[in-house]
Design a protein around this ligand. Structure first.
Ligand code: PLP
Length: 241
């Protein structure tokens, strides 16, 4: 008995956390009157070793988000050695410098953090022929002066139309990282802004289906405002060092 309790404590912390996050997502979907299947959970595994990813995979998780290109490539290679290659889907969600675009184009299924045309052009040129198109979101600054990252809202339309025209990429939608806040109404206003920008782009003729928004502390507000991908790290893997 004691042994079983110990065993389950040891074995399942990531599995249990995943279960709890899935329950949060389901509860938020219910509250928003949305289908649970309309929200994809992206497990943000940055700074955590391949072994942590493997634990999450065993618990049924398939899509992982990473911020540091080389760390992610090394981790994916290690998992592939253990037979966990083709089934996993890697999303790049961190700031992207020009000199890292090739590794991203060659190793990821998605990029959430495109914020300027030059980066998108490089990704398009460097996506290997024969690969499925790289799935792309444009990162938008919804926090104004409170944030430095992301495309300014008044420049998103021009960038989105340019990105949508590039070969090798498929523009799927928008991503935002609002400034951290405990104020649920403020969280919702920021996420609503991203949804509004997305609706505006679709009115202009684009066909975006993805809103990448919501993290460990604000995924409920994001789901209320239409998130289709929530990016959750801490609540699954624990606090990062
Ligand atoms: C680290 C990170 C996350 C996960 O944040 P948590 O608060 O740990 O859930 C989500 N999105 C991006 C872009 C990140 O860098």
């Amino acid at each position: 008995m004691g042994c079983c309790i110990l065993y389950s404590l040891y074995m399942t912390s990531i599995a249990a956390n995943l279960q709890a996050v899935r329950a949060r997502v389901a509860t938020a979907c219910n509250a928003a009157g949305r289908e649970v299947e309309s929200v994809q959970l992206l497990a943000v595994s940055k700074t955590w070793p391949a072994e942590s990813v493997r634990e999450a995979v065993v618990a049924g998780q398939r899509a992982f988000g990473e911020n540091y290109v080389q760390e992610a490539v090394d981790k994916a290679a290690e998992l592939a050695k253990h037979g966990l290659g083709p089934d996993l889907e890697w999303h790049f969600i961190g700031p992207l410098q020009s000199n890292k675009t090739r590794l991203v184009a060659e190793n990821f299924a998605w990029v959430h953090s495109v914020d300027r045309l030059k980066i998108a052009q490089r990704l398009a040129a460097q996506r290997p022929t024969g690969f499925t198109p790289l799935q792309v979101c444009i990162q938008v600054n919804v926090s104004g002066e409170n944030s430095k990252s992301g495309c300014a809202t008044d420049q998103v339309s021009a960038l989105a139309h340019s990105v949508a025209a590039l070969p090798g990429l498929r523009l799927r939608g928008l991503m935002a990282i609002p400034e951290p806040s405990e104020d649920r109404d403020l969280q919702r206003r920021r996420f609503a802004m991203l949804r509004n920008v997305c609706e505006h782009l679709n009115d202009e003729g684009l066909t975006l289906d993805t809103l990448s928004m919501g993290m460990s502390h604000d995924l409920e507000a994001a789901i209320m405002e239409g998130a289709t991908i929530v990016r959750v790290g801490t609540a699954i893997f624990g606090a990062r060092a």
